[in-house]
Design a protein around this ligand. Structure first.
Ligand code: FEO
Ligand code: CA
Ligand code: CA
Length: 657
């Protein structure tokens, strides 16, 4: 979900713009400003001032001409950056629609009819705004890279593009005037996730109809809270006096897949769904405020009491978790893993540490919020299906000397005591952000995906943007004020041990147009005018250890290009070289991405196609009747539809070679 250009209401945007982190945690300022210049100079990457002083746009353009001579692990033919109503993929590849919003998931699902949609139909069909995509090979399959389960998050809904005649409802003057319970219930059924069985036949992927694995998860699906916070008083409601039984998950953004075959799906902007005001002197006030909650960007609280915090002040505490789901058992109850913390989880990509423990890296996607990792107590291969209920959550502090520390969030340690409002580990987990504030974590420029590279042990952190960082708030690891284009940080765990408490760090690339000196972008000089990007969001590391970056927020008005996938060299002479591989149709953001284990298929998700370019003041507001594209059907009677695509190499072989 894009912030702030596509936050769902003007009121919401005002609240989100400041971030919700008032803590005095470090911004190191000009004491350390010199550091990134020195480090970047050592690596041949120039700082803003240096670029302005010595490198003209003409010189950078000349550098682009040398691209073909630079050794590359990405030999595909780069596509043109730009934007139109279609998607585009590098030559020699096919990008085909696998499943769209409204397509059948459960056996017997009705055909998609946006003019007569119902919650009952939607709950059997593919949901809206596909974000995370994960692939699980089918055990025992003759071709494990050609037959498996695909799990997909449905993050949020665009009512203006989904419902005929409605228009946008979250603008202040309209105030959800057209929303009815029937429409809200369709929205709720379009959130959550899907499990589908897919199979490749003669090189083409298709959904297996009527699969026994098919499943829709919605806002009504029964789930349990497990781990240290389960049952806590602050998780109990009148409807659930146990504090352990929740209905559904919301705003599931990115996620992860575990080596034991489960799907981790991450609740992110849960504050959007709650409205109302807390009773006077509510003990939840400070924690809800730190979560920008309520944000009232949806009308759900009007029809469902649990989304009105004046009636159910604890209900928000039951969201904002990582949810673990067994895709191979459609009857399995999803589990919200409270040990992994409660914040705006972007994703949950894991790796097995040298110690055998499972380590899950997590970003908290808000301006000035933090990067976390969870380290299990037990070993990944222990066979314990509740491995994620026991372990230690840590938050990152980045020091000026290129070192960093993972600080444990443990009740009773350091400031996490009753004196500061923490009476149990449940309090620490329910109020993760407040606990991390006290530890002095480093405020980042909106942490999105954080993924480890199993080939090198390096960890990549996507920091998507932060237009609110002021010049006196820059620090070594967030070195740009008004950071509109984001950057990528690379971590190196001490002793190649992902469970270690120390790490080193470097800025891999500062994003944006290298031809505009004031932007201060640091793509390598081999990067062409198509190869740079802004706003890194999701990422994938393929089987060869190559990094692929998906973006959210590029647009004709903002960067002269649509969002998409860029390959990014991380090592060797070409380090910091971007190369454009795929682009989405207008109005969309790029989600997924995920490779089959043999890299022959690359799954990508196109989210909210057809929105207007909100950075363009002249853009016509997009509606069901007037979207910016009717991708992927291009049927004048149909709205645009979020969809998952398969990208394969024509004739077979590894994608992007
Ligand atoms: Fe849902 Fe952080 O993007
Ligand atoms: Ca996003
Ligand atoms: Ca995202």
């Amino acid at each position: 979900m894009t912030q702030p250009t596509r936050t769902r209401s003007q009121a919401a945007e005002a609240a989100e713009d400041a971030g919700s982190n008032p803590s005095p945690n470090a911004t190191f300022g000009d004491v350390v400003a010199a550091r990134f210049d020195r480090r970047d100079l050592l690596r041949g990457l120039l700082g803003v001032g240096a670029i302005a002083a010595v490198v003209t746009p003409r010189a950078l353009a000349a550098g682009s001409a040398q691209a073909a001579e630079t050794p590359t692990r990405f030999p595909f033919a780069e596509i043109e950056a730009g934007s139109d109503t279609h998607h585009h993929v590098a030559a020699g590849h096919d990008a085909e629609i696998l499943i769209r919003w409204g397509d059948p998931v459960l056996p017997g699902a009705p055909a998609f009819d946006p003019y007569n949609q119902s919650a009952a139909a939607q709950a059997q069909q593919f949901g809206y705004n596909n974000d995370f995509v994960g692939y699980f090979p089918m055990p025992g399959a003759a071709d494990p890279a050609g037959h498996g389960l695909l799990v997909i998050n449905h993050e949020y809904t665009n009512e203006e593009l989904m419902f005929p005649g409605l228009g946008r409802q979250d603008i202040k003057s309209v105030a959800f005037a057209g929303m009815t319970q029937a429409l809200v219930d369709i929205e709720m059924a379009a959130h959550g996730g899907s499990v589908i069985e897919i199979k490749r036949t003669a090189g083409r992927w298709a959904v297996v109809p009527d699969s026994r694995y098919a499943r829709r998860i919605t806002v009504e699906t029964p789930m349990v809270l497990s781990g240290p916070a389960a049952g806590a008083e602050r998780l109990r409601t009148a409807a659930d006096p146990t504090g352990r039984a929740v209905h559904g998950m919301i705003n599931n953004c990115a996620g992860g897949t575990t080596p034991w075959g489960t799907w981790l799906t991450c609740e992110e902007n849960i504050n959007y769904y709650f409205s109302g005001a807390l009773p006077p002197d509510s003990p939840e006030a400070a924690n809800h405020k730190r979560f920008n909650l309520p944000n009232s960007a949806y009308a759900w609280g009007r029809f469902h009491e649990r989304f009105d915090i004046s009636k159910t002040p604890h209900e928000p505490n039951r969201f904002g978790w990582v949810v673990e789901i067994d895709p191979f058992d459609p009857t399995a109850t999803p589990k919200k893993r409270t040990a992994m913390g409660r914040f705006k989880h972007e994703g949950a990509a894991g790796i097995i540490a040298k110690t055998g423990q499972y380590v899950v890296y997590q970003g908290d996607d808000e301006r000035f919020d933090y990067i976390y990792k969870f380290v299990t107590t037990g070993r990944a291969e222990s066979g314990d299906r509740d491995l994620l209920d026991s372990g230690t959550l840590h938050v990152a502090r980045f020091d000026t000397d290129g070192r960093g520390a993972w600080m444990p969030l443990v009740f009773g340690q350091g400031p996490l005591t009753p004196q500061n409002g923490f009476h149990s580990q449940a309090d620490v987990l329910i109020g993760t952000r407040l606990a991390a504030d006290l530890l002095g974590a480093t405020k980042m420029d909106r942490p999105e995906d954080v993924e480890a590279n199993p080939k090198t042990g390096k960890v990549y952190v996507m920091l998507t943007n932060n237009g609110k960082r002021t010049p006196d708030q820059v620090d070594a690891v967030n070195p740009r004020a008004d950071n509109r284009f984001g950057h990528i940080v690379e971590l190196t765990p001490d002793a190649d041990d992902h469970a270690a408490l120390g790490f080193g760090w470097e800025i891999l690339v500062r994003c944006g147009d290298p031809a505009i000196a004031a932007v201060g972008a640091t793509f390598s000089s081999a990067t062409t005018r198509n190869g740079w990007f802004g706003m890194p969001d999701n990422c994938a590391v393929d089987g060869q250890g190559r990094l692929w970056v998906a973006t959210d927020g590029n647009s004709p008005a903002r960067t002269g290009r649509a969002d998409g996938i860029w390959a990014l060299e991380t090592d060797g002479q070409g380090r910091g070289t971007g190369k454009h591989f795929f682009r989405v149709p207008c109005g969309a953001e790029m989600c997924g991405p995920y490779f089959t284990p043999d890299d022959t298929t690359f799954f990508v998700a196109v989210q909210h196609p057809g929105e207007a370019d909100e950075d363009d003041p002249k853009a016509v507001p997009a509606t069901f009747e007037a979207p910016s594209t009717r991708w992927p059907d291009f049927d004048p009677a149909l709205p645009p539809r979020p969809a998952v695509l398969t990208i394969t190499r024509r004739g077979g072989g590894r994608v992007g070679t």
